[in-house]
Ligand binder design. Structure first.
Ligand code: PHE
Length: 455
């Protein structure tokens, strides 16, 4: 596709909303609260912020620089910026990884639709509290219903994408990200009023530096990585829709700030509610789909209508945040098909949908009939999650930082980062940023990468 036909985001607000939409997702709502609580509360949060600034931000900027410089999808970008080399083949990783992630992410998105329906019909009030956990495992192991909801979730993602960058992605994130903040604020304010909420606040906020071990530091780095959607080309592709006038440093900082703010708000909201109901804070999707429904059922004993409303608001929040992330993941594949295979956006989206939907069905069925199929001791769902977030993501991030730090000409990187030397603050930041991209990021990623495989 000719370069002048590519769409651009409408401005700074749209760019930050789209990128924040990608960043804010399930990672903020279930992974962050659990990790923070388990790993020393405020001490973990401090490590998390430090790794966001010194590791994630440089990688974010690497992706932004490649994306905007090339105005291309991940494969096309390498083809343009390093013509005649093998770099473009390496970029295949960054097309596969987001598609694998979106396949299983959509299954979880589908669960949130099912739970939204349950909340709307005050379904948690009619289930005895003790049966809430088994309700979840019973639901996800069913063959048809979860696939139906996965289809609705992924189908909605695809519909947004067929509308294009401006009328689809931009329009959707421009309203949904502000709404997400309002929703999480409402939940946070409400959960702080619950009896026993202080327990959750202390769990999250009390700094316990004795819990900071090398494993915890790795967990904080990995989390800041995952949360900012790095290493899989989503930020690269979104940046390719950023106009040459915009400031890449500002969009990076803005996105990271919104993502952190949301994680903190979600963390406090979730943990205060969990503590108030006396539930042990569990890990993974279990926290959202088992512990919290238990909280809602507890609330429902005294205030059934209110509990139904809060549960609804909560699952709407999860659903929208997952959708904005899924849109960014799927766009990586769509952009590739449009630009490299010369497909129309509609067909590119449909093709990506079919592929990811199929893999998603296998992921969904791996909680039931296909549970026996295992790779390296993991179910299909577990394997897709593991290979993408522990392996491909780190590999992709390594690729991007090496590309900007060692393959691209330094003068080109400078030109892109500073808009031709016109942005004074960026000019001043260039040296340390370049150092982080060239030396620190690859070394640290390598450590995360090896520990992800070996631990
Ligand atoms: N950042 C998203 C979250 O926190 C997950 C994601 C990873 C989205 C990679 C896009 C790319 O849930």
């Amino acid at each position: 596709m000719a370069e002048n036909k590519r769409e651009n985001f409408g401005g700074r607000f749209a760019i930050i909303m789209a990128m924040a939409g990608s960043a804010i997702g399930l990672g903020n709502i279930w992974r962050f609260p659990y990790l923070a609580g388990e790993h020393g509360g405020a001490a973990f949060i401090l490590v998390y912020i430090l790794s966001s600034v010194f590791l994630s931000l440089p990688i974010f900027l690497s992706e932004s620089i490649i994306g905007r410089r090339s105005k291309s999808n991940t494969y096309g970008a390498m083809k343009k910026l390093a013509p005649g080399t093998r770099w473009k083949w390496l970029s295949i990783i960054t097309i596969l990884a987001p598609l694998i992630i979106v396949s299983y992410y959509s299954v979880v998105g589908g669960w949130s639709i099912e739970y939204l329906v349950k909340s709307l019909t005050f379904g948690f009030n009619s289930v005895p509290k003790e049966e809430i956990t088994s309700l979840f495992s019973e639901f996800i192991s069913r063959p048809y219903a979860p696939i139906l909801f996965h289809t609705i979730f992924l189908g909605t993602t695809a519909i947004i994408l067929t509308a294009g960058v401006k009328s689809g992605i931009e329009k959707f994130s421009n309203w949904s990200v502000p709404v997400l903040f309002l929703l999480i604020l409402a939940i946070l304010l409400y959960s702080l009023t619950l009896p026993g909420a202080m327990g959750g606040v202390i769990y999250m906020a009390k700094p316990d530096f004795s819990k900071i071990t090398s494993k915890v530091i790795l967990a904080a780095m990995g989390q800041s990585f995952y949360s900012l959607s790095l290493g899989v080309g989503t930020i690269l592709v979104y940046s390719s829709y950023v106009s040459k006038k915009e400031n890449l440093l500002v969009s990076g900082l803005g996105t990271a700030a919104f993502d952190l703010m949301f994680a903190l708000m979600a963390g406090f909201a979730v943990m205060t509610a969990v503590f108030s109901a006396g539930v042990t804070p569990g890990a993974g999707p279990g926290l959202i789909f088992e512990s919290l429904p238990y909280v809602f059922a507890t609330m429902g004993e005294s205030a059934p209508v209110l509990s139904g409303i809060i549960a609804t608001v909560f699952f709407v929040t999860i659903l929208i945040s997952a959708l904005t992330s899924a849109v960014s993941l799927m766009e990586v594949g769509v952009a590739y098909l449009i630009e490299e295979m010369k497909m129309k956006r509609k067909w590119a989206t449909f093709t990506t949908f079919i592929g990811t939907w199929t893999l998603g069905c296998f992921c969904s069925l791996s909680f039931g009939p296909l549970g026996g199929i295992q790779f390296f001791g993991k179910t299909i769902f577990g394997f897709c999650d593991w290979i993408s977030s522990n392996f491909l993501m780190a590999l992709g991030a390594l690729l991007f930082s090496l590309f900007v730090g060692w393959k691209m000409k330094k003068s080109d990187v400078y030109d892109e980062f500073t808009n031709g030397g016109t942005l004074k603050v960026n000019v001043r930041c260039f040296k340390p940023v370049y150092f982080l991209i060239r030396y620190i990021a690859p070394i640290v990623i390598l450590i995360i990468f090896l520990s992800g495989i070996l631990l």
